[in-house]
Write a protein that binds this ligand. Sequence first.
Ligand SMILES: [Zn+2]
Ligand SMILES: [Zn+2]
Length: 94
Amino acid sequence: MSHEHTTFDIACRHVAENERAILYVWRYSDGQFGMSCGHDDHPEISSWVTLCRACVVKKLPEFDIMEQLQPLQEAARDNPDQREWTVGAFVEEE
Ligand SMILES: [Zn+2]
Ligand SMILES: [Zn+2]
C-alpha cells in the first residue's frame, strides 16, 4: 500500500538495504530515530540514508524497541537473535 512519506529517520545503508540486522537504535532530542548495524564502517555521509517512519515500521520487526525509546535514549544488542535490548542514555553531538 502506498502512503505519504513522513517523519524521516536515519539508517545506515546496511540496514536500509536489509544487508544487516539492526543492532543499535538511538533517538535524537527532536524525536527522530537513528539506526545502524552496529559496525563502525560508516565513515561517510553517503553511508547513511533517510527512511520514512512508516516505511521503517513495515520493514523492521525491531520497531517495538523504537516504541519504547524516549528522546535521548539509545538501545543496543549484541546480535539479531537477542530479544533484550540494553537501553542507555544517548548523547547528542552538537
Ligand atoms: Zn514511507
Ligand atoms: Zn551499517
